[in-house]
Structures are given as C-alpha cells and as structure tokens.
Design a protein around this ligand. Sequence first.
Ligand SMILES: Cc1ncc(COP(=O)(O)O)c(C=O)c1O
Length: 382
Amino acid sequence: MQETRTVPAGPGPDVGNLTQFEYLALNSPLNIADAHARQELTAGQARIIDDLPNLFLKAAELPVEEVEREAHRAYFGLLGQHSYPGDDGRVLACYSSSVAMEILARSLAGAMSSVALIHPTFDNIPDILRGVGLDLVPVAEERLGEDDLDDVLGSVGCVFVTTPNNPTGRVLSEEGLSRLAGQCAERDLVLALDTSFRGFDPAGHYDHYRVLRDSGCRWVVIEDTGKLWPTLDLKVGWLVTAADLGLPVAKIYSDILLGVSPMVLALVQRFSEDAADGGLADLHRFVAENRAVVREGLAGVPGIHFPDPHSRASVERVHVGARSALEVWSSLRDHNVYVLPCQKFHWANPPEGNSTLRIALARSAAPLGEATRALRSVLLAR
Ligand SMILES: Cc1ncc(COP(=O)(O)O)c(C=O)c1O
C-alpha cells in the first residue's frame, strides 16, 4: 500500500488531496499536518488507558445496546446536545466520520443530483459527495447564516455545512442554524451538518438537535469523537438522522457495517466522562496555549498573518503573504517538518488557498515549538 501514498514531489497545479499530504507526514516526529489528536495523554486519560483490560471485559459482558446508550449519554451530554434522538435507533455508530459521510452520500445520490456545500472545507467531504456522482454548488461559509440563500438553494436537494469548519474554525451560530434550517424546511431540502470539531468550541455547544427538530426540516448530523482525544484513532463517527429524513440511510448503513466495537464505545464514554470532569476545559486551555506558541513563534515575520483570529479549533491557518504555500511546504519538508498547504480546502477554487498553510495544534508542546521554529526560519529565508 505504501507506494500509493504519494503526492507529486514539487509544486504544481495537480497536487494530491489533503489526506495524501497527511500520509507523507505520518512517520515524522514533526508532523503538524493532520488534525488527529496526537498530544500526550493527560493524567486522567492515562488512568483510563491503564484500565483498558477491565474496559474490554466490561464491554464484552454488557448488552451492546446498553454500551451504546451510555456512550451517547456521555458524549452528547458533554457537548450540550441534549435533544439528540437516543431512543429509536437514529444514532448510528460508524468506524469514522468518513464512513458516516460515505453512507450519507450514497443515500443522497439516489434522491437528488446536487448538493450545496460549504466553501472552503476539508476536501474528503466534496470528494466523497462527488464520488457518488453528486454535483456540488459552493456556498461561502460566511453566507450560511444569511436570510436569503435563494440563488443557492433553488438548485439543490441538500445543504451540507461543516461547523465548526475545518480549517477556519468558523461556527454557525444558533440564530444562523435556525435561519438556515427554516429555509431548508420551506423548500423541503435536507440539511446536513458535520460537527467533527464541535468539542473544541463552546460556541458550538448549543443544542443543535433542538434547533433542527423545531425547524421542521429534514436533517442529518455527523458527529465525530476522533479529533478530540489522543486515542490512537479509536473513535466513532455517529450518523444521526431526523425521524422523517426520507432517505435510505439505515439500509445503506446495514450494507456496510453491523456496528462499532463496544470496546471503542466504552472508551469514548470514559473519555467523555473525564472531559466532563474538567478534561474538556483543560483541552481548551491546551489548544489555546498551542495557538499562542504558533502565533508568538511567528510574530514579526514579514508579510504573514493569521486569517482566523477567533478560531478555537485544533488547527490554525497561517497566511504566508506573497510566498507560495506549496513552496514553503516543500522547504519545510527538507527539515522533516510537515504542515498542510490549503489549496484543496478550497475545493471549488484551489488557487484561493495558494498562500495559506494549516498547522495542527493537537500536538505536544515540544514538537510544536520545534516545528514552529523551523517554519519561522523557512519563512524568513523566502
Ligand atoms: C470536518 C471533517 N470531517 C470529517 C473528517 C474525516 O475524519 P476521519 O478521517 O476520522 O474519517 C475530517 C478529517 O480531518 C474533517 O476535518
């Protein structure tokens, strides 16, 4: 498989997708490319890992339904999502949010030909939607809470929003979601949300399920435990649907999987409880400190700025001024430091990302500091 994990070596218009860039970084200690959580475990989290044999035995003994219910209660409760539909099989556990996305995309493809999609966003979302034959209409993220989206909504069957967005960290406010859901209800469109980065920003902790339910629209939410905690990719992507969605999501889910390991669900439950017990506030502090490490470490470099001053997501964009982000990426690679060039986030217009890099903040302070120093020296040399 290794030989498929390549992107073109030098700058050029046909660069690989973001995950291909992330593959290249996987073996470097200075990998600040992917947004998976790779920092050290906290003391509380380390105690849970020490208890893994017990967790395994407990997960094996209990009825799966009970393990799932407890994991839902802990995770959705932690993030303020109290109105999630826990009682009637509408929270489907997937191995990852991309698997949830694939199931959703296949469900949409039988019912419509085009989807309005937030722009920019992580490129595996447009890639999965296009992969099932759907046409995409870009909607700038700052437009999504607006009253009048007639020009976009008239031609699509679904609106797909990543909130908080990756890479910008922008959150759709409660009022914005309510307005958008109202417009979707009027036009009988499906409103789909990817909330993978929800845990990082309290602005995303209002009860989305209440707003969606009250709007009367047909909705789907993809939740993701995978970005929050350093669980070595033991994670769940939850595919949550409205009762009247009218799409064959449950059938397509059953075409693909039976369920997620109860061990992983039990782990998510324990990490959620630890987070509720102070771990989430610690995580928010940790990400904020790492953001400061990057911003302070690059302070005074001519021409650069940080386009997302209010972001609380575990990623930070850096605008590199007149330099080419791909060339900076390439020079950093000579130092064994890996970041992400942002073109592919701008899936409808990649040149918009020519001058931005994305840095992952869910890393221990030492490698993040070292990578930031390398970035500073590369930027100063250009
Ligand atoms: C917003 C968003 N959704 C989904 C995914 C896919 O996550 P996974 O690789 O765990 O399926 C990513 C990956 O970074 C993402 O940023």
